[in-house]
Write a protein that binds this ligand. Structure first.
Ligand code: KIV
Length: 318
């Protein structure tokens, strides 16, 4: 696999490792070259999903390396029961919003179910939409096998591709549901072979989802490209989590591998409930929230309004 460059000498990019503060310093944009440097240096790669402008500004300011507009948007943003219904148009619209909020991380658009399987031509045309219409830097697709052929076609068309193996939600029904994959030696071998096919196809990185840590450890010595884990143990080169899971915005049951770093949904419900209470109690809006006019102007307006016909049921029900 020689599609991607070898590491160049390290140039510090993120905030000091001794600092817990969010990354607020000016940093150079993430590149695939820099990702390979990080792998070579053993620096963990941080990836997270985002789906709109505000979440993009949050993840950008937090100093992450990679941002994925995941097809998980289907469930966490659009309310579909799984990832398969989300369309290219929906994914492009969300990705373009994320692009507008990002400065530094590499932006990856997730190719939705039905957007790449039919032919190399279909895969290239839809990958191009992510680049041209949404401003993504790269795309991601799921599975090895025929998907590795699609990945190669997209890479050959000049678009960087990230692979995804293990639990691939677009084929969850075939995989027996949303459950860990590769827990037998035979199935583990299939997952590893798929990852190697994607590497061979020219992918610049691969996501390993919901696989035993032992599988990741067995795979790592054979991967030249960065492996980004989600429920794949600590041996991967980096980790990815879904934004709504890690911030506690999603009200579904989180997967075993999720660590919640905040409970934002609780805080949102608290805020909206407090607003509803204040409106009902007439304590909002308060005088400071209103606009005024001079007494003379108010008087003139009032006189004029009084000359208008009064609505028969104004202020009354029934
Ligand atoms: O769609 C998604 O969010 C993903 C990540 C979980 C890797 O594919």
């Amino acid at each position: 696999m020689s599609t991607y460059p070898q590491p160049a000498p390290h140039q510090p990019q993120q905030s000091s490792p001794t600092s817990n503060k969010p990354n607020s310093q000016s940093v150079s944009p993430m590149s695939i070259t820099r990702l390979f440097e990080k792998k070579a240096l053993g620096e963990p790669i941080v990836m997270v999903t985002a789906y709109d402008y505000p979440s993009a500004t949050v993840v950008d300011e937090s100093g992450v390396d990679l941002v994925l507009v995941g097809d998980s948007a289907a469930m966490v943003v659009l309310g579909y029961p799984n990832t398969t219904p989300v369309s290219m148009d929906e994914m492009v619209m969300l990705s373009a919003a994320v692009r507008r909020g990002l400065k530094t991380p590499l932006l990856i658009g997730d190719m939705p179910f039905g957007s790449y399987e039919a032919s190399n031509e279909q895969a290239i045309a839809n990958a191009q939409r992510f680049i041209k219409e949404a401003g993504c830097d790269a795309v991601k697709l799921e599975r090895g096998g025929a998907s590795a052929d699609r990945a190669k076609a997209i890479v050959d068309a000049g678009i960087p591709v990230m692979g995804h193996v293990g639990l691939t939600p677009q084929s969850a029904v075939q995989l027996g549901g949303f459950r860990a994959q590769g827990r037998t030696a035979a199935r583990g071998r299939e997952v590893i072979e798929e990852a190697l096919q994607l590497q061979e196809a020219g992918c610049f990185a691969v996501v390993l989802e919901a696989v035993p840590s032992e599988l990741t450890e067995a795979l790592m010595p054979h991967l030249e490209i960065p492996a980004i884990g989600i429920g794949a143990g600590p041996a991967a080169d980096g980790q990815v989590l879904v934004y709504h899971d890690l911030l506690g915005i999603w009200n579904g049951r989180p997967a075993k591998f999720v660590r919640q770093y905040a409970q934002v949904r609780e805080e949102m419900v608290r805020g909206v409930s407090a607003y509803a209470y204040d409106v009902r109690e007439r304590s909002y809006p308060a005088p400071e929230h209103g606009y005024g006019m001079s007494p003379d102007e108010a008087h003139e307006l009032q006189n004029w309004a009084e000359s208008l016909p009064v609505a028969p049921a104004a202020g009354k029900l029934g």
